[in-house]
Design a protein around this ligand. Structure first.
Ligand SMILES: [Zn+2]
Length: 167
């Protein structure tokens, strides 16, 4: 119980910082970022999101929505996508979210980039309003366009370790 409380406090304490960091990285390269399908700038943006999710928040799922006017809506620790439980203030920053969303990115701190059953439910609900869904794992991501059903699974990062796969 006590541990949980401490964790929550920590998250709230860090909240402004980590969300601001994601926004800063996005602002730096918003013009270059492509969501269908990711380029180097997108990958840098995704790396920032991954680092916040895994290093700073210590493995809490992070979701970043990029709406049609390139505004970000960020939440964490929500069991389902496109949920802003405990992050309702995100929906009140600036202008109203504009559809269709350019992208919905979320992390899987366990490391594997795939769409869970919950993810598929969300994708199916939102498919006409989301142009790109990206799930982010450790050095890998899966990007998906619900309209065309085209997907791209990518491994990326520094080639410093053995990337030949499991032996
Ligand atoms: Zn997921």
């Amino acid at each position: 119980m006590e541990t949980k409380q401490i964790n929550n406090e920590k998250i709230i304490e860090n909240e402004i910082d980590w969300k601001q960091h994601i926004r800063d990285v996005h602002n730096d390269m918003a013009d270059d970022i492509e969501y269908l399908f990711p380029n180097n700038s997108t990958e840098a943006f995704m790396t920032a999101i991954w680092k916040m999710s895994v290093d700073l928040l210590e493995r809490i799922e992070v979701m970043v929505i990029v709406d049609n006017k390139d505004d970000l809506y960020i939440s964490s620790g929500t069991p389902s996508l496109v949920s802003f439980k405990d992050h309702e203030d995100e929906l009140k920053i600036g202008d109203k979210m504009k559809l269709p969303l350019k992208c919905c990115i979320h992390t899987h701190p366990s490391g594997k980039a795939y769409f869970s059953d919950t993810d598929w439910n969300t994708i199916n609900t939102w498919k006409s309003d989301i142009e790109s869904c990206i799930v982010l794992g450790k050095n890998e991501y899966l990007a998906y366009n619900p309209k065309s059903k085209l997907a791209k699974m990518v491994h990326y990062g520094l080639l410093e370790n053995n990337l030949r796969g499991e032996q």
